[in-house]
Each structure stands twice: as structure tokens, then as C-alpha cells.
Ligand binder design. Structure first.
Ligand SMILES: Cc1cc2nc3c(=O)[nH]c(=O)nc-3n(C[C@H](O)[C@H](O)[C@H](O)COP(=O)(O)OP(=O)(O)OC[C@H]3O[C@@H](n4cnc5c(N)ncnc54)[C@H](O)[C@@H]3O)c2cc1C
Length: 396
């Protein structure tokens, strides 16, 4: 791209950034995606893409580039407590898919290559400068570029969010995660979520011979013991899972990440829109960040794409309000369910009762999964089942 004036500069080449690049690029806008690390990119993640997320990948034209050797369908979610309770539900929307992050990123890159007007640059950190009515200036590789719209897709520690003055106040209770892959045949058709007193772990089948294991816990600080020892010490709290993983060799290094909860005051400002984790992140416990990020990108493109084509200035915060409105409902609904699950994680005895209650009411569990991924509205909640579950929680 020789011109230093472009329409859209996307900061970050994760799922949100690549999806934004594809959406705006194929919409006819001069678009540049800059990723500070190498591509394909990796990241500690549970790697379970929900059925709604798969639909967005299909619409973006990414699914066709996925190598099925590095993916694995899963039919729903299975909760297990260390005390022996278990409940499972299948998605009403069809299967989800465990997809290795490197594979997802590779497929995004392949798809992006087919789009004229879209350039993707790995190993290119972006430094943002002044903003004006015609756009913002950015520095990359020592070169100055101006862009009418900056899409902040730079993850939950977003620098774009800070630069745009959108950083919110983060809570004191902090949760961390450690993630690792193991070489073994996936033993379940579900994403398994194991609950212990002070941590949860979820296991995602993500290939013919691979599972991903992500442990989440609350703490003042990220534990200082290195990834490998941290994972081993965390897994010792989950005897059932440890038994399933017996003999399975790690296929990659363990990596820790956090604190996860990050807050944005708003997803928009003059000439800036935040998508994916950059727009705020609550927790990985309900595992649908990728799907939510893709839904946000679709909402952003739908609300500003045609405006960008028919105008030559930068969109103001007012012009971007449509995006903000479109995503507020979906984010609120997902965060309500995540907060509910986090509440249970802080109250292990209630969690145990909730799992037993959900085992008796798979339809309610299924509805919760649908609501979490935004496939049904929270207003459609099944009242009778919720009352039954509430009774089970109170009476045990
Ligand atoms: C432990 C854990 C488990 C999870 N499990 C699941 C799951 O099972 N399913 C699911 O859907 N979601 C899961 N998530 C959430 C999911 O990982 C995120 O929601 C998703 O990665 C968001 O994508 P993103 O593109 O917004 O951010 P990221 O994937 O974080 O990508 C941001 C990118 O921006 C780049 N970047 C940062 N700063 C700059 C800069 N200045 N210039 C250029 N590039 C920059 C980074 O290098 C990075 O590649 C999990 C998260 C965690 C922590």
C-alpha cells in the first residue's frame, strides 16, 4: 500500500481485527490490518467457537480455509464438579468447533489475501498520534499513515482504548488463566467444564489428537511459578480430569494470562471504534469471546460501512453511536450470564447445587447456552424452569 492515507486502520490481527479487515476490505474501503506479533498468531484461549461464531466465519468466507485436521466439532457443554455432580446440554443451534488459534489465524490470513484493497502486516506495532476531523495519524515502521477510522482490535489490554480516552475502571477482584494443549484423542463430544473450590478448568477438543485445557482462578496476582509448574499444580485440584489426561504429553508450552476483567467506558469515540476484547472483557468462564467479537465486527460494518463509502471525513462519535447501540444489548446479555456463572464460581456449594439442578433440567441448560451466545433473547427465559432451579439452589 503506497498511499499514506487510508480509510480504515485496524490495530490488532486477532479474530476481531482480521474479521474487521475482511469486512471493510471487501466492502470497498482501503483497509490496513497491523499485527504487532507474527502471523498466524497464537494466544492462550479455550478455542471453542460457538455455533453462532461458526456462522460468522462462514459469512466472512473464512470457514473454507480451515484445515479440519486442526479442528474438532463439539455438541454442547458438560459441567462436572469435583464432588461428583454432572450436567450436560447440547446446543440447540448445532455443533460448535474447537479450532486451534494458529489454525484460525492462518485461515483468516488466507481469506484476507483474496481481498483487493486489504493489506495485512504482521510484526507491525502501531503507535497512534493526533486525531482530527479527517482522521487520525498513526506510525508504523517509522512511516506516517492517516486513517479515517481506527478500529481498536488490540485485545483486552488495548492501547487504542487508552489512547482514545475510553479506559474504564477495572475491578479489584482479578481472575487469571493458564492454558496448555495435550496430545491425546478427545474423549468427549462436549466442552467439559470442571468446577473445584477455587478454580475452574475447561477442556476443548481441538483436533483429531489434541485437547486444549484452560484453568481459571481468582487471585491477587498471577502466580509466579512458571507456566508448566503452574499448570501441573492447578490440575492437581481436578483428580477426574488428571485421570483423563494420564499419559497425555503436552503438545505446547503452558501460558498464563490476566487479569481478564477489563472495562471500556464506551466502544466509540471520534474516529475510533473498539471491537472484540478491546471493547471490554469480563471473563473466559463462558467461553464465547471469539463469537462475540465476530458479532461486534458485523454490527460495526453494518452501522458505518456505507457511511464510510459515501463520505470522505472521519466518522464522529455520533455517527458511530449506531454501532454502540447495536452491541450494547448483546454484550449486556452475555455479561449477565457470565456474572451469574462467576457468582457460582465464588460459591462452590451453590455451584454444586446448580449443576445438580441443571442435570434435572437440560432444557434450561440448553436455553442458557443459547442466551449466552446471543441466539435467543434473555426476555424469553423459561420462567418455570428458572423457578425450579432457584428452588434447588435454596433447598439443595
Ligand atoms: C483463558 C482463556 C480462554 C478463552 N476461551 C475461549 C473460548 O473457548 N472460546 C472463545 O470464543 N473465546 C475464548 N476466550 C476469549 C478469546 O480468546 C477472546 O475473546 C478473543 O481472542 C478476542 O479476540 P480479539 O481479536 O479481540 O483479541 P486478541 O485475540 O487478543 O487479539 C488482539 C491482537 O492485537 C495485537 N496487538 C496488541 N497491541 C497491538 C498494537 N499496538 N499494534 C498491533 N497489534 C497489536 C495482539 O498481538 C493480538 O494478536 C478465552 C480467553 C481466555 C483468556
Amino acid at each position: 500500500m503506497s498511499s499514506s492515507a487510508i480509510d480504515v486502520l485496524v490495530v490488532g490481527g486477532g479474530p476481531a481485527g482480521m474479521a474487521a479487515g475482511i469486512a471493510f476490505g471487501r466492502g470497498g474501503l482501503r483497509t490496513l490490518v497491523c499485527e504487532r506479533g507474527p502471523l498466524p498468531a497464537d494466544k492462550p484461549c479455550g478455542e471453542g467457537v460457538m455455533p453462532t461464531g461458526l456462522q460468522y466465519l462462514e459469512r466472512l468466507g473464512v470457514s473454507a480455509f480451515l484445515n479440519q485436521n486442526h479442528t474438532r466439532p463439539f455438541t454442547g457443554v458438560h459441567y462436572l464438579s469435583t464432588a461428583g455432580a454432572g450436567a450436560s446440554a447440547r446446543f440447540a443451534e448445532g455443533p460448535g468447533q474447537g479450532i486451534r488459534r494458529t489454525e484460525l489465524s492462518r485461515a483468516f490470513c488466507e481469506r484476507a489475501r483474496k481481498i483487493d484493497g486489504l493489506e495485512v502486516r504482521p510484526r507491525t506495532p502501531v503507535t497512534l498520534g493526533a486525531r482530527g476531523p479527517d482522521g487520525a495519524e498513526a506510525w508504523l515502521d517509522g512511516r506516517r499513515v492517516t486513517a479515517r477510522l481506527i478500529v481498536g482490535a488490540d485485545g483486552f489490554r488495548s492501547e487504542v482504548r487508552r489512547w482514545a480516552g475510553l479506559q474504564g475502571v477495572c475491578p479489584r477482584r482479578r481472575r487469571f488463566a493458564v492454558q496448555q494443549h495435550f496430545r491425546c484423542q478427545p474423549w468427549s463430544e462436549y466442552v467439559e467444564v470442571h468446577w473445584a473450590e477455587d478454580a475452574e478448568v475447561y477442556v476443548t477438543p481441538c483436533g483429531r489428537e489434541e485437547v486444549g485445557v484452560a484453568v481459571l482462578w481468582a487471585a491477587e496476582k498471577k502466580k509466579s511459578v512458571g507456566g508448566q509448574r503452574l499448570m501441573a499444580s492447578m490440575l492437581s485440584r481436578f483428580p477426574r480430569l488428571s485421570a483423563s489426561l494420564q499419559g497425555a504429553e503436552p503438545s505446547a508450552e503452558a501460558r498464563a494470562i490476566g487479569p481478564m476483567h477489563q472495562v471500556a467506558r464506551s466502544p466509540v469515540s471520534d474516529g475510533v471504534a473498539l471491537v472484540g476484547d478491546a471493547s471490554g472483557y469480563l471473563d473466559a468462564i463462558t467461553g464465547e469471546g471469539i463469537s462475540l467479537a465476530l458479532a461486534q465486527v458485523q454490527a460495526l460494518y453494518d452501522s458505518i460501512g456505507s457511511w464510510m463509502l459515501s463520505n470522505s471525513s472521519a466518522p464522529s462519535a455520533r455517527e458511530l453511536q449506531g454501532y454502540s447501540r447495536r452491541i450494547s444489548g448483546m454484550v449486556r446479555q452475555h455479561q449477565r450470564i457470565t456474572r451469574l456463572v462467576l457468582f457460582l464460581s465464588r460459591n462452590p456449594r451453590l455451584a454444586e447445587r446448580a449443576i445438580r439442578g441443571l442435570a434435572r433440567q437440560p432444557e434450561l441448560f440448553r436455553w442458557l447456552l443459547s442466551a449466552n451466545m446471543g441466539a435467543v433473547s434473555a426476555a424469553s427465559f423459561p420462567r418455570l424452569e428458572v423457578m425450579r432451579l432457584a428452588t434447588a439452589l435454596v433447598l439443595g
